[in-house]
Ligand binder design. Structure first.
Ligand SMILES: NC(=O)c1ccc[n+]([C@@H]2O[C@H](COP(=O)([O-])OP(=O)(O)OC[C@H]3O[C@@H](n4cnc5c(N)ncnc54)[C@H](OP(=O)(O)O)[C@@H]3O)[C@@H](O)[C@H]2O)c1
Length: 282
């Protein structure tokens, strides 16, 4: 039976698809744009159309599926259709579901940025599925936002050079999800995987430079300059959330044991991530 992977064209999902195929699993990859997949999926992957915002389009993709991975996002928004998706999944015979999302435990259920995430979480937990939530720390892949300026001018313009973040490689997030999909013992668990060590923003820039064999300059922006630069890129509440986090240099530095506990391995470092992605910055 195929495993249904939603978000299959994304950062984590494409790695999950590859790892599942390498493990010998049959994969059904969901996308809104089956005709326009940028990176070719591995041979044998069944690519199907479906829109998480239109649950009726998921009836066919869910047919014959017992295990699925759900990405609980839609751009910068969060799924508002989780309740219907979960009901459809149960009706189709899905038993096990992994959920990739975001959760800030320091905020309560009614916080405007957290409420939609908590509603997804609650819809999943109310189901009879064997669910596992995966709430990773910051993705190393977020630094791909710097790729164009590194390519064109060997510079990065960003605030908070001293901000320390236990960023995680997308392949390691996918590895946690894959373990929960394939192995027993993860039902009802919530994992908070991070990378193996925190990395300061200016060190991440230096490590990207080392990976491409060139010096990359870090131009530190003030929070005000960053707010201005980000205005055309992110919604206001997301900008304020970033600036809030950045104000405390250690707010994201905690290294959680979850990755090692679930996979039995040490997580990939930022230097490894930069080497894996060197071509994106050249
Ligand atoms: N970035 C971080 O630091 C961070 C930290 C913690 C948690 N997270 C969580 O990680 C998730 C993002 O993962 P990612 O970076 O791997 O994703 P991504 O690269 O941004 O890709 C988004 C994926 O979602 C799919 N998608 C979006 N809207 C859809 C819809 N309406 N119907 C069907 N598919 C839809 C896209 O598929 P198509 O376009 O092909 O349809 C694409 O595969 C979010 O839930 C976020 O909260 C991120």
């Amino acid at each position: 039976m195929p495993i249904l992977v939603t978000g299959a064209t994304g950062t984590v999902g494409s790695s999950l698809v590859r790892q599942l195929v390498d493990a010998g699993e049959k994969v059904r990859a969901l996308t809104r744009y089956p005709g326009a997949i940028g990176r070719k999926p591995p041979a044998g992957v069944e690519v199907v159309y479906g829109d998480l915002g239109k649950p009726e389009t998921l009836v066919d993709p869910l047919t014959g599926v017992e295990r699925m991975h759900l990405i609980a996002m839609n751009g910068y928004g969060v799924l508002s259709t989780a309740e219907q998706i979960v009901a459809l999944a149960e009706r189709a015979g899905v038993r096990r579901l992994t959920h990739l999302g975001h959760n800030d435990p320091s905020k309560d259920d009614e916080h405007p940025l957290e409420k939609p995430n908590r509603l997804v979480q609650q819809a999943i937990e109310r189901s009879g599925l064997e669910w596992t939530h995966v709430y990773p720390g910051e993705f190393m892949a977020n630094t791909l936002d710097w790729a164009e300026s590194v390519k064109s001018g060997r510079r990065v313009r960003a605030p908070f050079g001293g901000w320390n973040s236990a960023m995680i490689h997308e392949a390691d997030i996918a590895a946690v999800i894959m373990t929960a999909l394939l192995e027993d013992g993860h039902a009802g668990a919530t994992y908070w995987p991070t990378g193996p060590e925190p990395v300061r923003r200016r060190d991440a820039v230096r490590l990207i430079g080392e990976a491409i064999g060139a010096e990359v300059t870090f131009d530190e922006l003030t929070p005000e300059q960053a707010r201005e630069e980000w205005q055309s890129v992110y919604p206001d509440e997301v900008i304020e959330w970033f600036l809030d986090m950045g104000a405390d240099p250690e707010s994201n530095a905690h290294v959680a044991p979850d990755f090692e506990q679930v996979t039995g391995r040490r997580g990939r470092t930022f230097a490894q991530w930069a080497a894996d992605h060197a071509d994106d910055f050249r």
